[in-house]
Ligand binder design. Structure first.
Ligand code: WTA
Length: 635
């Protein structure tokens, strides 16, 4: 019997040791006993980080939707698979059972086929958090189409970049979306984006806000009439273990967003296994992850991981502040949520509103609290622990990435003693390493360095869509034979990990990864801007916020600075989305540069963080005099 469900600390250590000593035997047992295969693998793992090439369960054949849906029908057909909680609390909750999910996914899959979508085709999904989002993801997987979900808060430019990069044949969207008291014209954004996308042949439109939108003849079609006519039977496409399941874009420190490619079997095994253990999910529990399916957390821990375990997964359309800041707790009470998984930025925003709104609701159903997306600060950790968990629900601070596909470093609740701000121990099968800048692994405890992973795990991304070289350069070149995460971490005296934050030019704002380069590129398009540099600075709710240092062309110097600030944030909104807007904009006469012309962001970061007492040696700069000017005028 494999140790699918870890129940105490000794067992964790024992299973962990096995997973490191005999990774292939270990993962083979998990895969064999807990999933449905149409054909078993010939080889569990082959890998070479120098290329890099990794494949898990080679030779196996399966369809992930049979694992997430069909195999539960006999025993859980009437169990709720997806519990949809709408934006407006007055609108009724929708319970989609496993049988209904099966029918809806099959119908949707048949509509995709009718529109000419075939195995391997890319389909872009740009939808709000409504059931059609999860269903369309699964429908793609049913027929072997590769889904590329784009978070519905991205702008039309960001959307078209992603559609073109992966050459999507179809876009699935809705007439609009609700966001608290606001509505958003999603279809209008898609129409704008598609002006630049010749690859898209068809657009399917779900009705959500019943707004009056324009439908382009020969391209756009309402989804519902097609679903009404579709057959509820759609045989699952037989997929190879290493066939791509989806592409999901994540920001890099430079250039284009990276289309991370995840494949089928390993991703399924890892997300299912972590879900079961990290949330200690038990039959009949109600599990809720507040993320959006537009991010990896939603892919792995709203859709695939929970459904592969036959769980009930809550999908929430709205925002934590609507109709008031008690909404999350209202939902926990209403559905008797047992596992609640959210981001530190949400916790901080809710903490700011005081405990009154938490105390109003009965949260006694909660058993496990999760955190993901950025380091959780001590204050937020305690607030969450004291007021939401009432000190009886362990907090699982889960560290992982879009690239890792599933959770990597995390406590197992009721198994691993927690420690505020620590993600604690590597999950089963995960072999982290801390490296110094010279590339030597730091052994032993009480060390701090760059976080790498030295052995493959099943759900790792296999490549960047269309750019394997970039995949190699970004993740496998900094440290020989290791995957480099881009994060720094320390290991304490008992071997617990604490993630200290990004060590590259990615800034995490409200849990969203933002690369500085694309934002700077957007700003530099403003006709009055000569040059710009973005850094992060601490923000009490967002974790980090963006600080922009901008130099103006001569023509811009006489302009009204407040207007310029607005225009600059408008350009950023158009190019990337409102999440990338700058909190502070400082116009300056120059930016500190090295003699080779590189902007010294380290100095700008310190100024933004008000740590000007120790700027290090600035005398070697090309223009040391600007540093004083920037400090004097800093915001
Ligand atoms: C950060 C989200 C500290 C980290 C699943 C990582 C965290 C990046 C944690 C990936 C955590 C995520 N503690 N930092 N528990 N979880 N991060 O791709 O910097 O959106 O590299 O994946 O978020 O963000 P992504």
């Amino acid at each position: 019997m494999s140790n699918y469900h870890i129940k105490h600390l000794e067992e964790y250590y024992q299973v962990y040791r096995k997973s490191v000593r005999e990774p292939e035997n270990f993962w083979e047992e998990i895969a064999e006993e807990h999933f449905m295969w149409q054909r078993k693998w010939d080889k569990v793992l082959s890998w070479d980080f120098s290329k890099p090439e990794v494949s898990w369960f080679e030779g196996a054949k399966l369809n992930i939707t049979e694992n997430c849906i069909d195999r539960h029908l006999a025993t859980r057909g009437n169990k709720t698979a997806i519990l949809f909680e709408p934006n407006d609390p007055k609108e009724e909750t929708e319970h989609i059972t496993y049988s209904q999910l099966h029918e809806r996914v099959n119908k949707f899959a048949n509509v995709l086929k009718l529109k000419g979508i075939k195995k391997g085709d890319r389909v872009c999904i740009y939808l709000p958090m409504i059931p059609e989002l999860a269903i369309s993801v699964l429908a793609c997987a049913r027929i072997g189409a590769i889904h590329s979900v784009v978070f519905a808060g991205f702008s039309s430019t960001a959307l078209s970049t992603r559609i073109n990069d992966s050459d999507c044949k179809m876009v699935i969207t809705s007439d609009g979306s609700y966001r608290g008291a606001k509505t958003i014209d999603l279809k209008g954004i898609v129409d704008d984006a598609l002006k630049d996308c010749s690859c898209v042949q068809s657009v399917l439109v779900a009705k959500r806000i019943h707004s009056d939108i324009k439908m382009k003849a020969d391209r756009d079609e309402w989804l519902q009439p097609l679903l009404d006519k579709a057959s509820p039977v759609c045989k699952a496409e037989v997929m190879n273990a290493e066939d791509p399941l989806f592409i999901l874009y994540t920001s890099g420190s430079t250039g284009m967003p990276k289309g991370m490619v995840h494949t089928t079997a390993g991703y399924m095994v890892h997300t299912a296994y972590t879900f079961k253990n990290v949330f200690q999910y038990r039959e009949n529990d109600i599990y809720w992850c507040t993320a959006d399916i537009g991010w990896i957390t939603g892919h792995s821990y709203i859709v695939y991981g929970p459904l592969a375990n036959g769980a009930t997964t809550v999908m929430f359309e709205g925002v934590p502040s609507y109709p008031d800041f008690g909404r999350f707790w209202d939902i926990v009470q209403k559905h008797k949520v047992n596992q609640f998984y959210t981001a530190p930025t949400a916790i901080r925003a809710l903490a700011k509103e005081g405990v009154g709104l938490v105390e109003k609701y009965d949260l006694s159903s909660l058993k496990v609290l999760g955190s993901v997306g950025e380091p959780i600060n001590e204050e937020a950790w305690h607030w969450y622990n004291d007021n939401v968990g009432k000190k009886k629900s362990p907090i699982v601070d889960t560290w992982w990435q879009t690239e890792t596909g599933g959770i990597m470093i995390t406590p197992i609740p009721f198994v691993t003693p927690t420690k505020p701000t620590y993600a604690t121990l590597p999950f089963i099968g995960i072999q982290p390493a801390l490296m110094d800048e010279q590339g030597t692994e730091l052994k032993g405890n009480q060390v701090e360095g760059r976080l790498c992973i030295k052995f493959p795990w099943p759900s790792m991304a296999r490549t960047i869509w269309g750019n394997h070289q970039r995949y190699k350069d970004t993740y496998f070149s900094a440290f020989k034979n290791k995957y480099f995460t881009g994060d720094g971490a320390l290991r304490d005296e008992v071997g617990y990990y604490r993630i200290t934050g990004r060590v590259d030019d990615v800034i995490i704002v409200s849990g969203h990864n933002l690369g500085t380069a694309p934002i700077e590129d957007a700003i530099n398009e403003h006709p009055a801007v000569a040059e710009s540099a973005i850094v992060g600075f601490p923000h009490e709710v967002k974790g980090s916020a963006l600080y922009g240092y901008i130099t103006l062309k001569e023509t811009g110097e006489s302009r009204d600075q407040n207007n310029l600030r607005k225009e600059i944030n408008q350009i950023i909104t158009e190019h990337i989305g409102p999440i990338a807007k700058l909190d502070k904009i400082q116009f300056t006469g120059g930016l500190p540069k090295t003699r080779s012309g590189k902007i010294m962001r380290r100095i700008l970061r310190k100024i933004a963080c008000k740590e000007t007492s120790n700027l290090g040696d600035t005398s070697t700069l090309l223009n040391p005099e600007v540093v004083k000017e920037i400090i004097d005028q800093s915001l």
